[in-house]
Write a protein that binds this ligand. Structure first.
Ligand code: 5AD
Ligand code: SF4
Length: 464
């Protein structure tokens, strides 16, 4: 019955063009999810538009990880409501859908405060989006889909039909069972789940057929990946990456985000032995203080993080490390903060994200009575960010004079330029022909600018 209605809808939508506009906030996984929503709605006749006023469906894919997420959502919804009302005056209907982690956490509140929203659905239910749209088309009222479904959304994802370019994200794992004191992910994304190997290989193969050369494997705990293999065994990230590296056309594999406790010896060894695995590792430490790490429920000490980094650097000396830091977790003293600064100065990071702690409803740290004052958090964050920025600049400057492979992904900002990424995720541009876009070539880096590196193509270079 549902299927019949789908085909009816497809026919009716083909007469007039229908458009879909997705606004994405937050992490790379949200970007991936938004792309899959587009793939799911394409068979219903919806085409993507970047103009919200033109859209028959407006999807706001939200993030709940930090800051005033809910307020931001309501403010954006106010804008979308105006568009909906304006279109209504023109005789056009508009479906407004709120997706992602705020939808998961605050679904009921959203429908109460913004009754003009038609659909609210969490990250685990977006595979049901076509049916939800259909329910709305049947005028059966608002739809809320925030229960964790018994079926896995991974089983219902269509194959990608369009690649956005030569690099792509691919979700291989979702959810988290670690329950760090500050984090909403276990509540909004649910329990840790690994996608089966064959589905990942199929999607990666399809992406490579569409011209993708670099795939970033995504997961909240990606290095804990343990998916069902086609041989009936459980595969870890190393085995998966080895298999993916045999796909024709695939040059580069990255993965993010990793937890230090899941950084196995074999994964460290793969950074030495598997050429496709890029020498860049995002390994959040959050704090350099054992007291705070314990309060955060991170499950390791600062010393253990130092030792882990030593091991990784021994296996792959040129690896670029990146991290996340939270400043002002409840109970963080000046000495705790100094321990974080010491860790940063000792290890040095090529890149890092640092945040002021913000209480997330439902998490254990949010109810702590030991909150750090806002102005104290500000001062500490500034001090940390100044050092992190210097380290990033120094890392980029140290690349000058080196000859490294660059995967060209797009035209540069100036005439005759092409731009791409180094193995260490740095933006690099050179004077070069557009025909090189989608290829990897050796570049001699000769200048470090504010936001990118510039260099020259090595003359005799052939595609790597
Ligand atoms: N406050 C501040 N930063 C947070 N993060 C997660 N939760 C919070 C929070 N409540 C940061 C962590 C994590 C990154 C994705 O976001 O550093 O690694
Ligand atoms: Fe959140 Fe990462 Fe901790 Fe999981 S491991 S609870 S995703 S910070």
């Amino acid at each position: 019955m549902v299927d019949t209605s789908f085909s009816n809808m497809t026919h009716s939508t083909q007469a007039t063009e229908r458009f879909l506009h997705v606004i994405t906030w937050g992490c790379q996984m949200n970007v991936y999810d938004s792309n899959r929503m587009v793939d799911l709605l394409r068979p219903l006749g919806y085409k993507v538009t970047d103009k919200s006023e033109k859209a028959d469906i407006l999807i706001l894919n939200t993030c709940h990880i930090r800051d005033k997420a809910t307020e931001k959502v309501f403010s954006e919804l106010g804008r979308l409501r105006q568009i909906k009302e304006y279109r209504e005056e023109q005789g056009q209907e508009t479906i407004i859908a709120v997706a992602g982690c705020v939808a998961q956490a605050e679904g009921e509140i959203i429908l109460k405060r913004a009754p003009y929203v038609d659909i609210v659905f969490g990250p685990q239910t977006y595979h049901r989006l076509p049916k939800m749209i259909l329910d709305i088309a049947r005028k059966s009222g608002n739809v809320i889909e925030t229960d964790f479904p018994v079926e896995s959304k991974f089983d219902f994802l269509p194959a990608p039909e369009e690649a956005q370019g030569h690099t792509a994200f691919l979700t291989i794992q979702e959810g988290c069972d670690k329950f760090c004191s500050f984090c909403v992910v276990p509540y909004t994304r649910g329990a840790e789940e690994s996608r089966p190997v064959q589905a990942i290989i199929d999607e990666a193969t399809r992406l490579c057929e569409l011209g993708v050369k670099e795939i970033s494997l995504l997961g909240q705990n990606v290095n804990a990946y343990h998916g069902q293999g086609p041989d009936g065994n459980i595969w870890d990230l190393v085995k998966l990456a080895e298999k993916l590296s045999t796909i024709p056309g695939l040059k580069r594999i990255r993965y993010t985000t990793s937890h230090p406790n899941d950084m196995s010896d074999s994964l460290i060894a793969a950074h030495r032995d598997l050429p496709a695995l890029m020498p860049f590792l995002h390994l959040p430490v959050q704090s350099g203080s054992d007291r705070v790490l314990k309060a955060m429920n991170r499950g390791h000490t600062a010393k253990e993080y130092y030792e882990l980094v030593d091991k990784i650097k021994k296996a792959r000396p040129d690896i670029a490390l990146s991290s996340d830091f939270i400043i002002g977790h409840p109970g963080e003293s000046i000495d705790d903060f100094k321990a974080t600064m010491k860790l940063v100065n000792d290890i040095t990071f090529a890149m890092a994200y640092s945040f002021k702690y913000s209480p997330r409803p439902g998490t254990s740290a949010a109810v702590s009575t030991n909150q750090v004052l806002e102005n104290e958090k500000d001062a500490r964050l500034q001090e940390l960010q100044a050092v992190l920025k210097d380290q990033q600049t120094k890392f980029n400057q140290d690349t000058v004079g080196r000859t490294i492979p660059i995967l060209f992904t797009n035209k540069g900002r100036k005439e005759g330029q092409i731009a791409g990424k180094s193995p260490y995720l740095q933006a690099v541009h050179v004077q070069g022909d557009e025909s090189l876009i989608g290829q990897e070539h050796l570049v001699e880096v000769n200048e470090c600018l504010t936001f990118s590196l510039s260099g020259n193509l090595v003359k005799e270079s052939i595609p790597l």
